[in-house]
Design a protein around this ligand. Structure first.
Ligand code: SAM
Length: 513
């Protein structure tokens, strides 16, 4: 009854998915919050209970593509696109049933609603080792990467290591080039993008090879960053280079592909080596790029934690090879002097600055997602934070509207022991300040020039105004760079960015905060 057909007609398939109600809204409404939460935990019992014996097309589509269950072929007769999926081996006939070999999942982003086609992960506690060319679907890492990208329109974008194409669904861009080393990833990405009505130029190849000589306004990637012993065969997570060399190549190689003002956004891992601060290692990657950089380390795992996570990801716990793999991985870390692994984000901006601004942060605390706009604002603010001293003193600043002040101290004490300025958005930074800095920031309401405020606070505290200015200016620059302080609207540039320098002001690169 069911025969493979040569052409995979994605328009027909999309039309049938929509008319069956197999859309994000449709599936959310059908399964409800609890069954969806259970599915997110990789268990299907709740969803199966909700569907019961229903035989409508929406129920069958959910069984086939979300729950990995067989569906009587007879019931899907006439669906467009299915012969093409059979031809490609993405559906198979088992007796009287159809069974999907991929997951086809409704997916929504701020930009659009669509579907992503990826390899299925084991459900209901089944143990299964991924195929070497496994194509990852929506994962916590892919969600985080999408949230690191500013929510705005881009010109040319490179999605390096696109996998199932999930990042492209989140982009608003004139042109997207999506690459992958794994041809199977591009095959599934083509389905995800085609079904979702998004266009991208799909190219096979490693790292920047497929885009030689090309430049982009944004490069985003969640590369195969897992630091693993040689011989690993899982292309979605292991780059096949020693240690964290693949991550380094992604970062260093970006410089030659960023258009002026263009940005790289990477989520990945880096090794902590015995006797070498992690910032120094990464600084050596960043220096050759000549770009402004912001590196945020979100977490550091010890070797045991790290190895156990990735052995579990490969489905090895409980298998005969587990101990040997664990031992080999530990030996590899020991041979490379790896004492831990940092997880985090690297952002580069091709700002064309003679002295790039490079900043490292350990920030394991909660952030307000999506954080991409705030990270981009930080890179924008570098210029503002470098305003020449005389101009900074003449500028009218204001405290950002999302900043609050917290004070801690002993009950009844005249002065607080600690004063903290806390942002409610972006990285949700908390900055400890002293009384003088808190007083100046508190007075920054955009009315008076900063120099006047510093003089007034110096008089109030009965200290020398020049000494106070010298003491506070570097920290005020830091608050500007972090977005806790802003130039007032009178200093807005024509595009309205409050953090942009007034066009008449000179930048003094010798005065870095
Ligand atoms: C962790 S997955 C990320 C997939 C997707 N971008 C996401 O956000 O979920 C890494 C992807 O990089 C691809 N990849 C592996 N080695 C690569 C290389 N040397 N060059 C380009 N892509 C590579 C893998 O096939 C995989 O699709």
């Amino acid at each position: 009854m069911w025969e493979a057909g040569p052409v995979l007609d994605l328009d027909l398939l999309r039309a049938d998915l929509v008319s069956a109600g197999y859309t994000l809204d449709g599936v959310q409404a059908r399964l409800g919050e609890q069954a969806l939460a259970a599915l997110a935990r990789n268990t299907t019992a709740a969803a199966r209970r909700v569907l019961g014996d229903a035989t409508d097309l929406q129920a069958d589509a959910i069984r086939l593509w979300l729950l990995q269950l067989p569906v009587p072929a007879e019931r899907l007769k006439g669906w467009g696109g299915l012969p093409g999926l059979l031809e490609r081996g993405l559906l198979e006939v088992v007796g009287d049933d159809l069974r999907a070999t991929v997951e086809l999942k409704p997916h929504g982003s701020a930009a659009r609603q669509g579907w992503i086609c990826s390899d299925p992960i084991p459900l209901d506690g089944r143990a299964q080792q991924p195929r070497p060319d496994f194509v990852l679907g929506a994962s916590p890492a892919s969600t985080t990467l999408a949230q690191l990208v500013p929510q705005r329109h881009f010109g040319r974008v490179l999605d390096l290591g696109t996998g199932c194409g999930i990042q492209v669904l989140h982009l608003d861009a004139d042109e997207v080039v999506a690459t992958d080393l794994n041809p199977r990833a591009l095959e599934l990405a083509e389905i995800s993008l085609g079904l979702s009505g998004v266009r991208a130029d799909l190219r096979t190849g490693s790292l920047y090879e497929p885009v030689a000589g090309e430049r982009f306004d944004l490069i985003l990637t969640n590369p195969p960053y897992v630091i693993a012993p040689p011989g690993g065969s899982l292309v979605y997570r292991e780059g096949g280079l020693a240690g964290d060399d693949l991550m380094r190549e992604v970062v260093t190689g970006a410089a030659g592909h960023l258009a002026p003002g263009g940005s790289l956004v990477v989520l990945g891992n880096w090794a902590h080596l015995a006797g070498e601060p992690w910032q120094e290692r990464l600084a050596s990657w960043l220096a050759p790029t000549g770009c402004d950089a912001l590196v945020v380390q979100r977490e550091v795992l010890d070797p045991y934690e790290y190895i156990e996570i990735w052995l579990a990801d490969a489905g090895l716990p409980g298998t005969d090879g587990y101990d040997a793999s664990y031992g080999r991985w530990l030996d590899y870390f020991a041979a490379l002097d790896i004492t831990g692994v940092g997880l985090g984000w690297v952002l580069l901006r091709n700002a064309g600055r003679e002295q790039p601004d490079v900043r490292f942060e350990d920030w394991p605390h909660q952030v307000a997602q999506p954080v991409g706009d705030a990270l981009a604002r930080h890179l924008d603010a570098v210029k503002a934070a470098r305003t020449a001293e005389s101009q900074l003193l003449a500028a009218r600043l204001r405290c950002a509207p999302d900043v609050t002040q917290e004070t801690y101290g002993l009950p009844g004490a005249a002065d607080p022991q600690h004063i903290v300025l806390r942002q409610a958005t972006g990285l949700c930074r908390a900055v400890a300040v002293d009384t003088a800095l808190a007083a100046v920031v508190g007075a920054c309401d955009g009315e008076l020039p900063l120099g006047v405020l510093l003089g007034a606070v110096a008089r109030l505290l009965e200290v020398d105004a020049d000494a106070l200015t010298a003491d506070l200016l570097p920290r005020l620059r830091s608050l500007l760079a972090d977005g806790l302080l802003e130039f007032t609207a009178s200093h807005r540039n024509p595009t309205g960015s409050a953090l942009e320098m007034p066009p008449t002001l000179e930048v003094d690169t010798k005065e870095q905060g």
